[in-house]
Design a protein around this ligand. Structure first.
Ligand code: GRG
Length: 287
């Protein structure tokens, strides 16, 4: 099972608790281990399965993406951003430790993600390995996740059009999801450009679907089930798919995106079964 394997991999790749500075390492492990759906690792494994990649390679790529994701959640929860106290059913990192430590957790997890990629043979040739680092760096930076977060922070209390909302989410949430698929696929036999295009389309579509469902769950789910504070978007006056479309149309959009994701995989055979299952999971999940 991917989740159990990821837990073991992340345990191994994170600095041990007895290494100085112990408190920072404890906080890094707190932020990464023992929680989360591991959707990005699941996507990396599913894409790697499509290209017959060695799971020992995929787990490294998946761990790198998950470290970037975990850092983004730690920073997002801080008082200067979303100011939340609950994440993955536990107190957020800055609540459990302190703000300076939470900041440092992000500062340290980001380079660790790139270090583990550099330390392991995740593809046959050096150029593909560099390309994978470039994909992760671009997905994380100001024209990817961090840029999407900047737009998100700037849009509080504003009305966004649907294309503007989509632009924000393609960056904030979608970029890292696309990177997980793109990197997972590159761990194996190099896919043809046409196959990569189809995978990219799939990843873009499930990335958006993920966010639409996240908005639906925030509006419709409970804090206990989600493990994070429900109903926050409305309280914080954040534009969401639910605030723009209403709950029923947001749900319908998620279904349309699920169908589009399946269509993007139509030319693949049984090797894409996990990617199809994940498109279903992302749309049908309740947490
Ligand atoms: C701080 C640079 C920086 C970026 C933060 C990801 C993000 C950008 C903010 C998180 C805020 C948020 C609720 C985004 C909506 C979608 C999302 C990424 C949810 C959290 O991801 P999950 O559901 O979390 O995969 P788990 O805990 O399952 O890993």
């Amino acid at each position: 099972m991917v989740q159990a394997r990821m837990e073991e991999t992340l345990q191994r790749l994170l600095p041990a608790l007895d290494i100085v500075p112990q408190r920072l390492h404890r906080a890094m492990r707190y932020a990464v281990l023992g929680g989360g759906k591991r959707v990005r690792p699941l996507l990396a494994f599913a894409a790697g399965e499509l290209t017959r990649a060695d799971p020992a390679r995929i787990e490294i790529v998946a761990a790198a993406v998950e470290m970037i994701h975990a850092y983004s959640l730690v920073h997002d929860d801080m008082p200067c951003m979303d100011n939340d106290v609950l994440r993955r059913g536990k107190p957020t990192c800055h609540v459990e430790f302190d703000e300076a430590t939470a900041l440092l957790v992000g500062d340290a997890l980001q380079p660790l993600a790139f270090q583990i990629i550099a330390d392991h043979t995740i593809a046959d040739d050096a150029l593909t390995r560099i390309e994978m680092m470039r994909i992760l760096a671009a997905a994380s930076g100001s024209r990817g996740m961090a840029g999407g977060q900047a737009i998100d922070l700037a849009s509080v209390g504003k009305t966004l059009s649907l294309p503007e909302l989509e632009f924000m989410h393609i960056h904030k949430t979608g970029a890292l999801i696309r990177a997980a698929v793109a990197m997972g696929a590159r761990c194996g036999e190099v896919p043809e450009a046409r196959q990569l295009d189809r995978l990219e389309h799939y990843a873009k579509t499930v990335g958006l679907a993920f966010q639409v469902v996240d908005d639906v769950l925030d509006s419709d789910g409970s804090t206990a089930t989600l493990g994070k504070t429900a109903g926050k978007d409305a309280v914080q006056e954040k534009p969401t798919y639910v605030s723009i479309l209403g709950l029923a149309r947001a749900r319908a959009l998620a279904e349309e995106l699920r169908a589009e994701a399946h269509a993007a995989l139509a030319s693949f055979g049984a090797e894409a079964v996990r990617l199809r299952e994940l498109a279903d999971f992302i749309v049908l999940r309740k947490f």
